[in-house]
Write a protein that binds this ligand. Structure first.
Ligand code: SF4
Ligand code: SF4
Length: 371
């Protein structure tokens, strides 16, 4: 069945991790990266009002909008309204984005990062109605949202807001069956609501390009010429109903590699799918905190600690041995909720945990390493 964005090439350029020189975006390199990307037939660029304090949207103007015909590319940007205090500030974000990008209109406008306590800000500030008005006036062409939450939360938003034309969420082969990210379940919910998907984090913030030696071997034995990122991006792009798969590219080498296998994109073969399944199995076997994200512990926590989410961030360290990535994710997860060190050892959570996890002890370890 035809869907919105079907004809967009299946690799999108995420403007979130652009090359930097000190505090500034390296515009010369960014332009070269954009030129190579565009020369290979790709056209979708993704930013947000909040990326790099607005410099990412300005980089879109300098590298894309000022240098290419407007109809030859799609601009996506987002409004993270949970960081402002008033409806007026929230609704002004689109005008700031238009000024910074110089794009005239936004092709794909996203309410940014729904989920948890953030979702209600979009309702409180009337952002859904406002997005519909913007679409009617031609200021934006399509409206959707990005979300960092589970399938139930996604289902709720899509049920309450059928005006969303598309949805963006984290999807990769490691998180496909993850109890916290629930990529497979989210994918199924999007299909149920007949919403096309923009994939983010296909390489899990770079972790899948830099896994442990055992995982690396599985892929290299299957195809020594394919990069590890290529497996991850092709996995996501092989699914049905995908508008595009975003890659937050930071170097020319990443652009060169990505366009090399996505220019003439072929979905994963059955044999290649089997290699992915082998890697998924090996990843599951690496020791980590065996939290199934059942959420039983969350309600009774007087300190509002999102225990399963905190454990998921620590598992990034245990499984990928990448402290920096785990710490940065921990910072995001605890920005609006309790930290591991807020635990007062009341024991409510341990009483209900069906996995009998030593939650208090684990939180102590996590607080020691991440705070
Ligand atoms: S022991 Fe700590 S984490 Fe568990 S419910 Fe009490 S405060 Fe929350
Ligand atoms: S009750 Fe146990 S398994 Fe369930 S989310 Fe909490 S820590 Fe994880």
């Amino acid at each position: 069945m035809a869907f919105l964005g079907e004809n967009i090439p299946k690799l999108g350029f995420g403007f979130m991790r652009l090359p930097m020189i000190g505090e500034e975006i390296d515009m010369e390199q960014t332009k070269e990266m954009v030129d190579l990307f565009m020369s290979k037939g790709f056209s979708y660029f993704d930013s947000s009002w909040g990326y790099n304090g607005g410099k990412s949207e300005e980089a879109m103007k300098a590298a894309i909008v000022d240098r290419y015909p407007r109809e030859s590319f799609q601009i996506a940007t987002k409004c993270p309204v949970w960081i402002v205090k008033t409806k007026e500030e929230a609704q002004n974000m689109i005008w700031t984005s238009l000024e910074r990008t110089g794009a005239g209109y936004i092709d794909y406008y996203l309410l940014h990062n729904l989920g948890d306590s953030r979702t209600k800000f979009f309702d409180d500030y009337g952002m859904w109605e406002y997005a519909r008005e913007l679409k009617e006036k031609g200021v934006v062409r399509h409206i959707g949202f990005s979300i960092h939450d589970n399938a139930e939360a996604l289902d709720k938003v899509l049920t309450e807001h059928p005006e969303a034309e598309f949805v963006q969420f984290q999807l990769n082969y490691d998180d496909w069956e993850s109890p916290t990210i629930q990529a497979r379940k989210c994918y199924e919910v999007a299909l149920k609501h007949q919403k096309p998907i923009i994939v983010m984090e296909p390489v899990k913030g770079g972790l899948l390009a830099n896994p442990t030696e055992d995982i690396r071997k599985i892929f290299e034995e299957a195809n020594p010429n394919a990069s590890l990122a290529s497996w991850a991006i092709r996995y996501a792009a092989s699914l049905d109903n995908i508008i595009t798969v975003l890659s937050g590219m930071s170097t020319m080498d990443q652009v060169r590699d990505n366009v090399s296998f996505m220019e003439d994109f072929k979905p994963l073969s059955k044999e290649e799918q089997a290699v992915i399944e082998k890697a998924q199995k090996a990843l599951r076997e690496i020791p980590n905190i065996p939290c199934t994200a059942c959420q039983y512990c969350v309600k009774g926590c007087p300190q509002d600690i999102r225990i399963p989410n905190v454990f998921a961030t620590y598992n990034r360290k245990l499984v990928y041995n990448d402290l920096a990535s785990a710490k940065s994710r921990y910072g995001l997860e605890t920005r609006m909720n309790g930290k591991a060190s807020d635990c007062i050892a009341c024991g409510n959570c341990e009483m209900v945990c069906p996995q009998h996890i030593n939650i208090i002890e684990n939180l102590k370890i996590i607080a020691g390493e991440f705070e």
